[in-house]
Ligand binder design. Structure first.
Ligand SMILES: [Zn+2]
Length: 226
């Protein structure tokens, strides 16, 4: 069992302009939180996990450029999976299959997808954020072609019940062997690496992939045994 601890995907000074469960003018319910993030705001992973989708989503809500992270990548297909979804981005920093650490920048805020319909309303650029919790029903069928794995609002839950909740226990998360940032910085100092520009560091602990840092093209694998 591992613990998950979700954080909000943008800096504290960015306000919300639409909450979970609000009814839109067209009668549809809003199943996420909208953050009033200006163009180019860094969007950060709410918790560590595995990117299961990083592409344009034209259907299922017209999310535009979207990142979906599975925070339970080691849970079996039949076990509970918890995902977060980040929509309307202008650019993506991650690819499908990447392991990401908590608060890693995964993309920049934009207005792709339906967000462009809000032109001239002052809320064109925003982050639409969702938490999708399958509870006992197993893994979602994400794919790169347009399917976003859920049926209507099913499994999309209020993120406020997840932020900072210390009691979210799930099977086999990558959070089993956390590495402190300070320890990582020490290691990187010794290695004299410039991660963002040139390298990407993939960290394995006891054979488990626990996260990656940096966005460079060259990947270095660090294997640690505890
Ligand atoms: Zn929204």
């Amino acid at each position: 069992m591992g613990k998950l601890y979700f954080k909000e995907p943008v800096n504290k000074n960015i306000e919300r302009n639409d909450g979970f469960g609000e009814i839109r003018k067209d009668g549809r319910t809003h199943y996420g939180i909208d953050y009033d993030s200006p163009a180019g705001t860094e969007i950060r992973a709410s918790e560590r996990g595995k990117v299961v989708r990083a592409s344009f989503v034209p259907k299922d809500g017209n999310y535009g450029y979207t990142v979906i992270i599975d925070h339970t990548p080691e849970a079996s297909d039949n076990e509970r999976h918890i995902y977060t979804l980040y929509a309307h981005l202008s650019s993506l920093n991650v690819s499908c299959g990447d392991m990401v650490s908590q608060e890693q920048a995964i993309g920049l805020s934009g207005n792709t997808g339906t967000a462009s319909f809000y032109r001239n309303t002052g809320r064109q650029f925003h982050l639409h954020f969702e938490v999708i919790d399958t509870r006992e029903s197993g893994k979602m069928n994400w794919n790169s072609e347009g399917g976003t794995g859920y049926n209507g609002h099913v499994n999309r839950v209020n993120p406020d019940g997840y932020f900072g909740n210390p009691d979210l226990e799930v099977n086999g998360t990558v959070g089993d062997h956390p590495i402190s940032e300070q320890y990582l910085e020490e290691i990187l100092d010794r290695m004299d690496l410039k991660l963002d520009e040139e390298f990407r560091l993939q960290i394995m602990v006891d054979g488990k992939n626990v996260g990656c840092f940096g966005n460079g093209n060259e990947t270095i694998e660090m294997k640690i045994r505890i």
